[in-house]
Each structure stands twice: as structure tokens, then as C-alpha cells.
Write a protein that binds this ligand. Sequence first.
Ligand code: ZN
Length: 113
Amino acid sequence: MAELKPVYSTDPAFCPACRRSPCTCADPAQLKKRQPEPLRLSFQRGAKGSGVTKIERLIMHPTLKEKMLSDFKRRFGCGGTIKDGVLELQGDRRDAVEVELKAQGYQVKRIGG
Ligand SMILES: [Zn+2]
């Protein structure tokens, strides 16, 4: 058997999230390996009674993360963004997000209030 070649980040198919080339983030069978820790779900209250729901520790290819965010935004009819890899949705969406993430096979841990 030939030695496994090291994977360098210059490889265009290399994924920084799952560290595979090609990326396996979309493969449900790889979810547990890729995501050994539960996601952290929290709500951070804003200044004027507003606030954001945060989904942290999601290990996923940036493109797929964007897709997940836009799915949530469309479904909940809210705004949202990705900041330093953290998904942020406007308003308190914890209940709906938790149900959705669990349906997709993720473990979810709520933190804070
Ligand atoms: Zn990946």
C-alpha cells in the first residue's frame, strides 16, 4: 500500500472543518466523527429587548454553514449572520432551532438562560 499523502490546505477540495479532501461534511454517516461535542445553543439579549440566538461549535464546511443559516432565516422569517463561525439568528429561536438540529442528528446543549 502506498503511504497516505498528507493533506495540504492548498488542495482546493480540502475542507477546513472536517479536514478531509474531498469534504465529508454533507455525509450524515460522518456527522458523529466530525461533531464529537454537542452544539451550544444560547440566546443573548440585546439592548432594546431584541437579541440573537447563537449556535456555536458547529464544525461544518463554510459553504454548508451558509446554507444552514439561509434555511433557518427563510423558515423563521428572521435575519441572521455568521460571525467567527458562530451562527446568529435574530430573536429567540432556541426552541425551533433545537428541534431542527436534533432532527438533523446533532446533539444540542443549551447554555445560559
Ligand atoms: Zn468538510
